[in-house]
Design a binder for this molecule. Structure first.
Ligand SMILES: O=C(O)c1ccc(O)c(O)c1
Ligand SMILES: [Mg+2]
Length: 630
């Protein structure tokens, strides 16, 4: 299908927006009137520029408050409309979006509104223009797609049809299945937007919080499926009013936007694929592009931590206390492999050849995910515009494909072990120098439970779509946590019962030092079956667990029926606790911060606990803040 984007989605001048959309491969744009009015380019010059860039102008928008008005206003509105139709001829746009009247004066008279829309369509026809009528969720009289369709049906003019906008329909909780009953030729345009599920005024929700499909809480695949089943064959067009995207780099936003449509189209192709070789009833006639199959990784093959020399020693001691052994060294890079059972950490002494960004503080710089078909994952990543990282491998080394996530973390697509052998990438590591080997051992860790990654403010939604689309994960609801330095938004990416878990965090005070203080840290959470035993052994081996205030344990006594001696033991070891209504439990402890930026956590899940101990996060943040200040 053709892919379009409204200029309102992107930051910059109209020219910058057009260039960004074309650069990533959009086919067309919706030109937002304010962008045109503020542009030094005349409509003809905009048309020529779009033409040179290979973009069609699929929609001119929005024309407001036309219908349901008194006679004098109607005359003025028709005059205004004709001026826009003439402009559209210059611009080379043949469809105008007319949104339902949102003024208090709008008259409650369907017959009148339909007759006036018919007059508008007659005028439009003389200019070769089509009118796409859109019900705004906050329209004074017309706020549902059924009502807008009723008016279009009554007006009965070939130059008048509907614009469907997923936000206006899904935000109100309307059932989109009724769209199937509208004749396809009357669906002139489709605008797609997702949004987080918020309880707030719908106009504010729409103007500030829309996001690209797959980033919010709406089922855009089901919605779009209904529209295609009705026979719509126009472009899939994004119309996303979002405070962050408006200010972010337009090239990145455009890539993020196109990725969202690629994933959506793939989802549509999959739900549409005939299971028994025969076409299903109501199948759309448009061709839908498919992506290579997604594969949920088996888990983390490794997590790589880069650390300056001053911090690397502390990380080595910490890993050793947690029972990790330094088992191997990379053959050509200053990278150590530390292992404890299936948990593997690569400790990188700041290899300057790494292709990704690194700011010099101890941090997670790469994730390795175990895949049965890494080549297919790489092909999928390429189709999703994931930036491929060039790695200067020695010819003898395993060629691992890596892509850069939006926050600069390198994501390595690692072949999993074939039939009981070891993972091929381990061949790049020699045995460690004997005198350097730490014995390891102690109570078992069972793997890497999750990785917590702090995101730059502009890239939070982009990152959640990137990781979920690439790795076949699902994004949970965003939650907000109050750290002493400001609010932190958190979103978990996982797949029930399998694969790696990633927790994305973003500071709502923006980027910079304040953000870091407000929770801009990263962490690696290690899984185990007996967190008390791990904590005891680690403390005996010299680890200092992050101290938890006594007030926390008073509260724990009040809210749980844990026996006092267990609680006291937890207090001594600084183990925290959470419980889910379904019976799942969570016990965990943290380490102090390394370099002010990175910490480790050890977690024990019981009874199918699915969370991340979020209720305890503000406590952890407060203690880290105190320690940072000390
Ligand atoms: O918020 C608005 O005014 C507005 C304008 C045009 C649209 O297509 C829309 O969905 C909303
Ligand atoms: Mg719209």
């Amino acid at each position: 299908m053709r892919h379009s984007i409204a200029t309102v989605c992107l930051s910059g001048t109209l020219e910058e927006k057009l260039r960004a959309a074309a650069e990533v491969g959009f086919d067309g744009v919706e030109v937002f009137e304010n962008d045109l009015i503020a542009s030094p380019l005349r409509p003809r010059e905009i048309r020529d520029l779009a033409g040179e860039l290979g973009l069609s102008i699929d929609l001119y928008q929005p024309f407001r408050d036309f219908e349901g008005v008194d006679g004098a206003t109607l005359a003025a509105n028709l005059r205004r409309a004709e001026a826009k139709f003439a402009l559209m001829a210059e611009l080379g746009a043949d469809t105008v979006l007319v949104c339902s009247n949102a003024t208090p004066a709008a008259v409650d008279d369907d017959g009148l509104a339909a007759a006036q829309l018919r007059l508008l369509a007659e005028a439009a026809e003389r200019y070769g223009v089509r009118v796409a009528y859109e019900a705004l969720a906050w329209g004074t009289r017309v706020s549902t797609y059924r009502h807008s369709w009723e008016l279009v049906r009554r007006a009965d003019h070939p130059a008048l049809g509907l614009c469907l906008d997923s936000f206006h329909i899904l935000s109100r909780g309307d059932d989109p299945a009724g769209i199937r009953d509208i004749p396809g030729e009357k669906l002139f345009f489709l605008q797609l937007a997702d949004a987080p599920r918020l309880r707030m005024d719908v106009l504010q929700w729409s103007r500030h919080h829309r996001c690209f499909p797959g980033q919010g809480g709406f089922d855009l695949a089901a919605f779009t499926g209904h529209v295609l089943a009705a026979g719509y064959a126009g472009p899939l067009s994004l119309e996303v009013f979002n405070d962050v995207f408006r200010a972010a780099d337009p090239g990145r936003t455009a890539a993020d936007a196109l990725r969202s449509l690629t994933v959506l189209e793939d989802a549509l192709a999959r739900r549409d694929a005939p299971r028994d070789g025969r076409a299903a009833a109501g199948r759309p006639s448009v061709a839908l592009a498919r992506l290579p199959e997604p594969e949920v990784p088996r888990g983390f093959g490794f997590v790589e931590v880069a650390a300056p020399a001053a911090t690397a020693g502390g990380i080595r001691s910490l890993l050793a206390a947690l029972g990790f052994a330094h088992t191997r060294d990379h053959r050509s890079k200053p990278v150590q492999l530390w292992e404890h059972g299936p948990a593997r950490i690569l400790l990188n002494a700041a290899d300057p050849r790494l292709g990704h960004t690194w700011d010099g503080a101890a941090s997670v710089t790469a994730l390795g995910v175990d895949l049965d078909a890494p080549e297919r994952a790489a092909a999928r990543a390429e189709r999703l515009c994931a930036p491929v990282l060039a790695r200067r491998n020695d010819p003898s080394e395993t060629r691992l494909q890596a892509v850069a996530a939006p926050d600069g973390t390198a994501l390595f697509l690692c072949p999993s072990r074939d039939g009981g052998g070891e993972e091929p990438w381990l061949a790049d590591f020699s045995a460690a120098a004997v005198e350097d080997v730490r014995p390891g051992g102690g109570p078992a860790l069972t793997g890497i439970d999750h990785v917590g990654l702090h995101q730059p403010f502009d890239h939070f939604d982009e990152a959640s779509l990137f990781y979920t689309a690439l790795l076949g994960l699902e994004a949970g609801e965003s939650t907000e946590l109050a750290s002493p330095g400001g609010l932190v938004r958190s979103r978990a990416l996982s797949r029930a019962g399998q694969g790696p878990r990633i927790a994305l965090n973003v500071s709502l005070v923006g980027d910079g030092p304040r953000a870091r203080a407000a929770g801009g840290v990263q962490h690696i959470a290690l899984a185990c079956d007996d967190v008390v035993a791990v904590a005891e052994a680690a403390v005996a081996a010299g680890l200092r667990t992050l101290p938890v205030p006594d007030n926390y344990y008073d509260d724990l006594a009040a809210r749980t029926d844990l026996p006092p001696h267990r609680r006291e033991h937890m207090r001594q070891l600084n183990i925290l606790h959470d419980r889910e209504p379904g019976g799942g439990g969570f016990l965990h402890f943290f380490t102090p911060l390394l370099d002010g930026h990175l910490f480790f956590e050890v977690v024990q899940r019981t009874g199918g606990y699915t969370g991340y101990g979020a209720r305890n996060t503000p406590v952890r943040m407060a203690v880290h803040r105190t320690e940072r200040a000390a």
